[in-house]
Design a binder for this molecule. Structure first.
Ligand code: ADP
Length: 261
């Protein structure tokens, strides 16, 4: 428990620091981007100067993507939780995610019937889906299958002893599985650490799963990860069941806090 507390305090301070840097850095980037775009208009299209400016603009945009991720990671707050059915929400996102992963990866959806609702922030849900889908895509460079499924699950107190984030109660599970490269034990142990990445420079920031973890914990949920090198990976995201404002099991206080923030 102490280790977990330490981890969340560490995440919080790194988040605050990163957010501060990202904010100032972003202001500077806007100046670079703005000036380069103005100068580009003056340059003759295709000339060496034009090409240099074009590269500056590309690099500045890429940097601004990274700072946006940093900001999202550090902000990390529940903006507007509301009652959501994950089956319906995923159906709305499916097209966008399909474009993101490309045509070499097949996507299948296995919605559970009579899925319980959750109380969640839509923007943050999208962030989770996008981060998991991007990681799955990167793990399947030669194509493969991305499976998204939902389920109602019950957590009892014996499981809670085994998984400290999982308070006993009812949960709605969103699982995202890929048939990609998988991970070894040492990698799995570090994936939620901010800035941990195995991707080449410029491709990964190491903030995707740290962000996912932060969002899920804010919703009082928990995550399971199963992975084998060469076999693929399963991420199971579990959100507490929402029961229309009334307290449910041991999540009552947590849900009231979410609804009020
Ligand atoms: P990033 O994607 O920027 O590297 P993440 O925090 O999203 O940062 O992921 C951290 C690391 O976890 C990745 O670099 C990769 O090594 C590993 N990882 C995450 N998802 C998967 C996956 N679906 N399959 C294999 N490895 C993964």
């Amino acid at each position: 428990l102490e280790a977990q507390l330490f981890q969340s305090q560490k995440m919080e301070s790194i988040g605050r620091l990163a957010g501060g840097v990202a904010h100032d850095f972003n202001n500077m980037l806007s100046v670079i981007l703005g000036c380069a775009q103005l100068a580009l208009r003056e340059a003759e299209e295709g000339s060496p100067l034009w090409q240099d400016l074009d590269q500056i603009i590309h690099a500045a945009k890429r940097s601004s993507d990274i700072t946006r991720q940093l900001l999202a990671f550090s902000r990390n707050e529940v903006i507007a939780p509301r009652e959501v059915n994950l089956n319906e929400h995923f159906a709305e996102m499916q097209k966008t995610l399909g474009r993101l992963i490309g045509e070499d990866i097949k996507m299948t959806f296995q919605p559970a019937p009579e899925l319980w609702p959750v109380n969640a922030d839509i923007t943050q849900l999208d962030q989770i889906l996008v981060n998991l889908a991007v990681n799955a895509r990167d793990a399947m460079e030669n194509g493969g299958v991305l499976t998204v499924a939902t389920a109602n699950v019950k957590v009892d107190s014996s499981y809670s002893q085994y998984h400290l984030d999982a308070a006993p109660g009812d949960y709605v599970q969103l699982s995202v599985s890929d048939t990609g490269c998988g991970m070894d034990r040492d990698t799995i142990d570090r994936i939620f650490e901010p800035f941990f990445t195995t991707k080449e420079v410029g491709k990964g920031t190491g903030l995707g799963l740290a962000t996912v973890y932060g969002i899920v914990r804010q919703h009082n949920g928990f995550i399971n990860v199963y992975s084998e090198p060469g076999q693929g990976t399963i991420f199971q995201i579990n959100f507490p069941r929402f029961a229309g404002g009334a307290a449910v099991g041991e999540h009552g206080a947590a849900e009231a806090a979410l609804a009020g923030s």
